[in-house]
Design a protein around this ligand. Structure first.
Ligand code: SAM
Length: 327
């Protein structure tokens, strides 16, 4: 039996986005409705032992990278304990974290010792009032988390900015300068029509090809490369260490090279961010499945991976918020 997970379209799956909760301590307007309360309940979440069993099964089939995400992963209690269990799984070579950094200041040291190497931080604005309007959160806390991570030597630290017309698209240069100054990597993301919130944000959609052309008028760009195996296409600003990535699910999708699947907090594996294809691990785990049966289940799950998302053709299709799928 092959030690690799190859989907029906010949792509090797070696990366899992692992969502440890669908809850979040921010309310980015393009992600979760302000009054949203319909979160899954703790008894529906996979326990740490259950998560580790699933990841071990996937690792035995060639998965090497795990990104811990959410919702906001840092709101799940004892996260460093889970990270350290994941770090001990043979075959897992890269453990990273996506966070809004609100409580990173408090948890960064423990997360680093537990095995997190790389961190992505969502940051849509450098202006406190605007940050509050977009996220309902406090920019100072995020900056504190970010600077703590920098001092601890996480490398690279990537800033993810969802760029939106009339919301924050006038901050492109400020964000570039901020990232040059702090030695961060910068990634711009196009809004995706996930849930009603994502669709509302579509009216602020910015085509990142245009943004790249605009940046090229102001800075000299050379081809960039970054580790991580993700979908961003990078350029570097000549004479600096700054790599800028463009994540363009709408203007130029990257499905043909998709190497990932998403395990939601409740044990549902989503095979594509923009489709409903899914596989339920929780009932199997709670019915006492063996490790070898779990590996078989992992192979079955990968057979369901669709060819591509259809965000552009069918923007009404995805009713899940990003926070539920695991961004
Ligand atoms: N809380 C963590 C964080 O802030 O990075 C991880 C989860 S969050 C859902 C992951 C990323 O998804 C964030 O960068 C967020 O801005 C992005 N996101 C959420 N909804 C989106 C949408 N409709 N379109 C594009 N990006 C979205």
């Amino acid at each position: 039996m092959s030690k690799h997970l190859i989907d029906p379209f010949g792509r090797t799956v070696e990366y899992i986005r692992l969502s440890v909760t669908d809850r979040c301590d921010l309310r980015c307007f393009y992600c979760l409705p302000v009054k949203y309360r319909d979160f899954s309940e703790p008894e529906e979440w996979l326990t740490f032992d259950e998560i580790v069993r699933v990841i071990r099964a996937f690792a035995s089939l060639g998965v090497q990278r795990i990104r811990v995400t959410g919702g906001e992963p840092l709101v799940r209690k004892n996260l460093p304990a889970l990270v350290s269990q994941l770090n001990d799984i043979p075959g897992i070579e890269d453990l990273s974290l996506s966070t809004n950094a609100v409580s990173l200041g408090k948890q960064a040291t423990e997360l680093k010792s537990a095995g997190i190497g790389r961190i992505n931080v969502s940051l849509d604005s450098l202006r406190a009032d605007r940050f509050k309007r977009i996220t309902k959160g406090n920019l100072d806390k995020v900056m504190n988390g970010l600077m703590t991570a920098k001092q601890l030597g996480f490398d690279p630290i990537k800033i993810n900015m969802v760029l939106m017309k009339g919301v924050n698209d006038d901050e492109v240069e400020d964000m570039i300068e901020f990232c040059i100054e702090n030695n961060f990597t910068l990634r711009f993301i196009e809004t995706m029509p996930m849930g009603d919130t994502g669709r509302t944000a579509a009216s602020h959609y910015v085509n990142l090809q245009d943004v790249k052309n605009h940046i090229a008028e102001r800075y000299e760009l050379i081809p960039g490369v970054m580790p991580g195996g993700g979908p961003a296409r990078y350029v570097q600003i000549a004479g600096t260490d700054l790599n800028i990535g463009f994540i363009t699910p709408i203007s130029q999708h990257f499905c043909e090279t998709c190497n990932r699947v998403r395990l939601a907090a409740d044990g549902t594996m989503y095979l594509c961010l923009g489709q409903e294809h899914k596989f339920e691990f929780r009932p199997l785990l709670r019915a006492g499945i063996s490790d070898s049966e779990l590996a078989d289940a992992a192979r079955e799950a990968i057979k369901l991976k669709p060819e591509r998302h259809e965000f552009k053709e069918k923007p009404q299709q995805i009713v899940r918020f990003m926070s539920k799928t695991g961004g």
